[in-house]
Design a protein around this ligand. Structure first.
Ligand code: V47
Ligand code: SF4
Length: 386
């Protein structure tokens, strides 16, 4: 744990602004900051101040550990009934020929191809296909588990779940119970975007609402299925909208404790209906990670998803509150390469990930989906010069 007084001295000596000094004092005393104070951090705090404070929280919670896992992503289809303006990846059914639909066998073959690989998680997320419903996916998950009973299945965003439950005419609870009984272990954090109703209407009008997203995650937590939470930032939203989004998540986490990780997702502007918007700067990315870390006091982990943010920013974020960089991925996701990420074929070997973390002066820890330690790589030899 960081030395409280060293942090206190450097933070308070450098900070002339009375309001920011008060916020720093609260954080160092482990007192929750308010929405107003969160907003002040976005508006007034320097990058250095935010980094120092976020790093204090990060080291108090996670020391110098950086978590990653060995996972693969399966995207069954990019055909989607929705038409979110920021999405570069989906194709409407009427443009089916431009999209892909993996058959059940193709998906299972993919799992079989990792039979002898020490992956611990499969992440299954895709477009909302009108013909791939609850019972199809329940049976798919059961077959995945028959091939690899040890794999943790993290699957389906709340947007996909909302659609499949409605179509199957079951409640969220019934739908999730069916999926759980067939082997689904947890939910990823996608589909949250920005909860503010006005912005949500602008960027993704027709998919599940903010309260439906929150209800699905709350129900999953009640059934013992943990989940993640994301926030899409850097488009039309204001700082107040980001704080409102995080505040709603913080409240749900107080109630259920079911979230593992908070994942800020930077809007990438290639090939979508919002391409006219400029992407925010790398400085803004780091500031946002830091405010998230400081504000989300009841989340144990903040993740920089490297295929989206790029590996260099991911490395830098490790000094701005981030303690998780997701996983090896193995070139199995297209969602960000199609939206203009610098990572065009996202795959890192375990030793590349270990090196990336060590270069940033941190301790690489392989985890499973729920943060049990699989292996501590801090003693592995890595040549940092080449
Ligand atoms: O909900 C889509 C985002 C999300 C763009 O839980 C975009 O571990 C930026 O949620 N620019 C899906 N973002 C991916 C997701 C996820 C990814 C990795 C790990 C986890 C986890 C969850 O991707 C969508 C949307 O917010 N997205 N298009 C874009 N142009
Ligand atoms: Fe469909 Fe998801 Fe893309 Fe929206 S973000 S269009 S729900 S695939």
């Amino acid at each position: 744990m960081p030395e409280h007084s060293t942090y206190l001295t450097s933070l308070l000596e450098a900070q002339k602004d009375v309001e920011l000094r008060k916020i720093a004092q609260k954080v160092l005393d482990s007192v929750r900051i308010s929405a107003y104070e969160g907003q002040l951090l976005y508006e007034k705090a320097s990058l250095g101040f935010l980094g120092l404070l976020a790093n204090y929280v990060r080291e108090k919670k996670n020391g110098d550990k950086v978590y990653f896992n060995r996972n693969i992503h399966i995207e069954p289809t990019n055909i989607c009934v929705y038409d979110c303006k920021f999405c570069s990846y989906s194709r409407l059914l009427k443009h089916k020929e431009e999209g892909w639909e993996l058959s059940e066998n193709q998906i299972l073959d993919k799992i079989r191809s990792y039979q002898n690989e020490p992956i611990t998680e499969v992440h299954i997320v895709g477009g909302v296909h009108p013909k791939m419903g609850l019972h199809y996916f329940a049976s798919l998950i059961k077959k995945v588990k028959e091939i690899r009973p040890d794999l943790h299945v993290k699957a389906f965003t709340a947007v996909e779940l909302d659609y499949m439950c409605r179509k199957a005419k079951v409640s969220y609870k019934e739908g999730l119970e069916i999926l759980k009984a067939h082997g689904q272990d947890s939910l990823p954090g996608g589909g949250a975007e920005i909860f503010d109703e006005t912005i949500r209407k602008e960027i993704c009008a027709d998919k599940c609402t903010a309260s439906e997203w929150l209800e699905i995650h709350e129900t999953a937590h009640q059934l013992g299925m943990p989940s993640n939470a994301t926030m899409l930032y850097g488009h039309l939203e204001s700082f107040a909208h980001r704080i409102d989004h995080m505040e709603r998540l913080r409240q749900l986490q107080d109630k259920t404790g079911g979230f593992n990780t908070f994942i800020p997702l930077k809007f990438r502007n290639k090939g979508n209906q919002m391409s006219h918007l400029k992407e925010v700067s790398r400085i803004e990315d780091l500031r946002n990670y830091a405010v998230s870390r400081i504000f989300m006091d009841n989340f144990n982990h903040v993740k920089a998803y490297w295929p989206m943010i790029g590996r260099t920013t991911a490395q830098m974020s490790l000094n701005f509150g981030v303690d998780d960089v997701d996983g090896t991925i193995d070139d199995t996701t297209k969602i960000y390469s199609m939206a203009g990420s610098e990572e065009q074929s996202p795959a890192l070997t375990t030793s590349q990930l270990v090196r990336l973390i060590k270069e940033a002066g941190r301790r690489p820890i392989e985890r499973d989906t729920v943060y049990n330690v699989v292996k501590d790589y801090s003693k592995e030899e890595v040549d940092l010069m080449h």
